[in-house]
Design a binder for this molecule. Sequence first.
Ligand code: DMJ
Length: 876
Amino acid sequence: MQQVGHCWKLAGRGYPVAAGTMLQALLLTVLCGWASCHESQHMTPEEKTVIRNQIVEMFDHAYGSYMKYAYPADELMPLSCRGRVRGLEPNRGDIDDSLGKFSLTLIDTLDTLVVLNKLDEFEEGVRKTLKDVRLDNDVVVSVFETNIRVLGGLLGAHVMADMLRQRGERMQWYKDELLHMAKELGHRLLPAFNTTSGLPYPRVNLRYGVVSPLSRTGTESDTCTACAGTMILEFAALSRLSGEAVFEEHARKALDVLWEKRQRGSDLVGTVINIHSGDWVRKDSGVGAGIDSYYEYLMKAYILLGDSVFLERFNIHYVAIMKYISQPPLLLNVHMHNPTVNVRSWMDSLLAFFPGLQVLRGDLKPAIETHEMLYQVTKQHKFLPEAFTTEFRVHWGQHPLRPEFAESTYYLYKATGDPYYLRVGQSIVEKLNAYARVPCGFAAVQDVRTGTHEDRMDSFFLAEMFKYLYLLFSEKSQLPFDIDDYIFTTEAHLLPVSLSTTQPPCRPNATDAAPTTHEEDLFTYSCPSVQTLFPNNPSFAKTIRDSYKYLTGVGRAFNSVPVREIELPLRDDGMEPVEFLKSMGISLTPMNEAALGEARGLREHKGVYRVKLVAQLSQALEEEEVVPHIVQLISPPFLGRTVLTAGPAKFGMDLTKQEHGVKGSIMKASPYTACGPIENADQLRGHIALALRGDCMFAGKARRLQEAGATGVIFIDHRDGSNIEDSPLFQMVGDGDSTANLTLPLVFLFSREGALLTSALEEHRNVDVLLLPKERQLGHDKPEKPLGMNVKFRLAGEGGVAEGPTLEFVLEKGEMLLEEEEQVEEEEEEELVGDTKSQINCEKAPDDDDDDTAVCDSSAGSPPSADANGRANPHP
Ligand code: DMJ
């Protein structure tokens, strides 16, 4: 054994064996001493077997449905019970860039079949792949997605096939055909790297490459950090297995550029980078969408390849992440140049992988904290919504069956052996069955608030979710091979850590070394030890979790509610605060005796009362935050009778402040997505533009259309069939750049309402519309609703127990009205004060979310079109 850098590694053939084996051994040691400490959560082997069998049954349902209804299509449409074939279904924007007409789901699932010990199915799946799959289709695909899902899938399957063949029991017929396919695909992806910087283009045409006249791609100038920085595992494995150095060289070069371009002051990277100049296009920095697997691949490249330059870079980034982004238990995006400033008040679900990475790093405490926070969010909303606020409210309610939370749960169980994580896994299994299972597979959840389904089952559900869940409930001895000999790629494909002993086919110093840092701290040391993981405290994980148990307010005890207090100071004129409030028109009513409890007599020091906010908003804040707008068709023959409900934008003109709304005749933008230069600016000038959602950010579209002279924009959803009845309204958010110069009114229509508008335009050529908040709809004289915030105040003593009178007032159209409150029943009080969510919200105005940065990956913020990974691309 030798020590390399800070980490012990086994030596082998002159190359260090990856740290993975050592780490896994350590995790197992930890596991052994641990389980006995957690009797309360204990799960018997029989119970584990029942859950494992349940997981296999679910896998059979999902995979069986894909093979029965969809194969050879790329994906299953679980609601329609048919395959999704690109070009035959309505275009969903970036998400479709994963579909290359190469039986994506089959390839992504192959090595899962081996993990689940379905060796007959694996052998059959490999035969089908060799017989049916073509990699030279004239299709433009995402380089990142094709790499992690298809190249990774082929390599993982090859590694498994090779392992089974070597055992002499199966696959004797196999002649490395999957590796040959992987090599062919690698060559088809290489044209993407033909840029001056070495950062890859985001898309490539499988047949024609990038810039050829036939490729239909090559005009993009940006890519996300994760998109450029998540190639090394697959490309290095391909080089080492095939002997062709070119793949690893390109992936290393791209990583070198990202490293070079990091912000030197903060050591953080941004979310989107220009592939030609290497300039940052989006400078927000987090660990979720758009960046996530860049960090993951630095750590794992070290584990897989044993090259310490990756670990050194990772460590430097990690120190920065822990300094600026980690705000336990939250992980919040900051500005890379000004990292003490949070750039948004919500998190995206992709960051749920991060606790797993922290486990690999040996940094358990923050991993446990963040994981616990995520668990609380899943308890509240059933699944992790694509984006949720720092107050754990839904920001974007979609849940496309992502596996990241299961992944982190698996790593935490491996590290701690704490059966608590088995219970977490069990809850994931139960929720999938209860809320996502449909007759033809499992369907993504369109909105966790309504539980509606989407007709999609992404391939990562089979590639990742079932692997992590099955492994969580399996003993090592129950697996068909030693899982600790492999590392998981970001798509959970298996690559053998023994690759580190294979001579790298590229020049040894092709990767720039990381500068040495003098700033050594806990995180600079890469090898976790039992001492640092559980310092003399067998209840380490539980103690950490306990502080985060009631984050979302679910199950919180009355007295543990944090109290925000407003002091009403003694007035010079000697007037008592209660009197003083009365003089302002606010009267207080006393609470009932029971509620006073032991707080009686705890009156504050003379003249000072504490008013405890125990507010309950009259509606859920999520609903209140979005002020419904409308597009009202006013020209003949509609004459105001056709009214389409629309979502507002957080930027552009504030229509709530325009007394009469904004009127104009509509015209389609060309290109319809408004993602490139506007070709029909001459006709568009003076009109309200119609623009299709997708391919780029709302704010970018709006800027181009404003420049072209449009007087407003109506964005129309590109997701076929979406409509206002089934989809919750949302506000469009900006793209992280300043939207201050955007002055146009901007509204959003779901596709069914949008279709009404476009067919009206086709039929009548001239259609005038009015854009305005719904409550000001023309010809609608229904009494206006109050702004709708009911706030109740009670005077309360220190112990959190209400003391003294209560007042309630309703904010109506900007005025404050007063209502005396009846004495509340004890039960109601409990409900009121127990609702942390309301309490926290009360401290903020309902529209206090001034964040106008979009989820980079997925265009979130708007429940936007994400690419399949909600990945940081600048497309909503
Ligand atoms: C997967 O395709 C990969 O894990 C990727 O890195 C990000 N997440 C998706 C699934 O959510």
